[in-house]
Design a protein around this ligand. Structure first.
Ligand code: DHB
Ligand code: FE
Length: 282
């Protein structure tokens, strides 16, 4: 049986890639953000995941408005990263784990999630940046199964549906006949809005309530429609659905979670940033 050893979540913002590339982590603007990851590095050195299931949202690199799956699961041996227009350096291809991908896909389809399966998939900053933030040294040490959730074009999946998806992914990991150590990562959020009349919108009170709910009442956010979440967290703040999927996956392997470390910092670029590391308990 595979072991789910960690639940991780991080914001993704292209500017972070520029800061890493230019070595700006200790500058006053960036330090409060990057310092949030330091205690998590020491912990990850101990729990040592082999493979990560990464919930993220594509931003128009692999899927565009003409073809927009609600849920898509990567099933490739490797995933190329490409410049999506932010001018940040691209990363070497990510290593996939097709055996785990197909195991998850089979379980999801058996549970009546009609997912798109991708044997080729370009991955954007939402995949690459959290991996670089959690494992900053050298080559990425983990294989990756990317799971893409549409937050770009309406209609979006509801929080309730995303929770159910995360739960089913957690069941698949629990049933995976392997001694691999698995982490689940969420990439996105927290509150932010990049365009329109409310550009720059951030909602700290909602973010903190959401973060708290992930520990004490993980299904709390499933009461909201996707439009409710847009209203509360901003048009791009709906990316916090990824955090809900990650937490739901953990609920399938453990009765509770313990916070290893978390940080909340406003703003980086237009975004309220968060990082969180959870370990399963019980
Ligand atoms: C920003 C945030 C995002 O989630 C994203 O995908 C791109 C840019 C930003 O705040 O700049
Ligand atoms: Fe984004």
């Amino acid at each position: 049986m595979a072991h789910l050893v960690a639940g991780l979540a991080s914001s993704h913002i292209p500017a972070i890639g520029g800061a890493i590339h230019n070595g700006r982590q200790q500058e006053p603007y960036w330090k409060p953000f990057f310092d949030g990851f330091t205690p998590i590095h020491a912990w990850l050195d101990r729990v040592r995941p082999d493979v990560v299931v990464l919930f993220y949202n594509d931003h128009g690199l692999n899927f565009f408005l003409d073809k927009m799956p609600t849920f898509a699961v990567g099933a490739a041996a490797q995933y190329q990263n490409a410049d999506e227009g932010w001018g940040i350096p691209t990363m070497p291809p990510l290593r996939g784990d097709p055996a785990l991908s197909w195991h998850i896909i089979n379980h999801l389809v058996a549970q009546e999630f009609d997912v798109v399966t991708c044997q080729e998939m370009l991955v954007d900053h939402a995949c690459t940046l959290p991996l670089k933030l959690f494992w900053p040294q050298g080559d990425c040490p983990v294989a990756v199964v990317p799971i893409c959730i549409n937050t770009v074009q309406f209609p979006l999946p509801s929080a309730k549906r995303v929770y159910a998806l995360g739960k089913a992914v957690g069941e698949a990991i629990r049933r995976w006949d392997s001694d691999q150590r698995v982490a689940v990562i969420a990439s996105g959020g927290l509150s932010h809005q990049l365009d329109g009349e409310r550009a720059g919108f951030i909602n700290k009170a909602f973010d903190l309530q959401f973060l708290e709910s992930l520990q004490s009442n993980p299904e709390w956010a499933t009461q909201f429609s996707s439009l409710d979440i847009v209203e509360k967290a901003g048009t791009q703040g709906v990316e916090l659905l990824m955090w809900l999927a990650m937490r739901a996956a953990m609920s399938s392997v453990a009765s509770g979670v313990q916070k290893v470390h978390g940080n909340y910092h406003i703003p980086i670029s237009n975004t309220a940033t968060g990082v969180l590391a959870l370990e399963p308990v019980g």
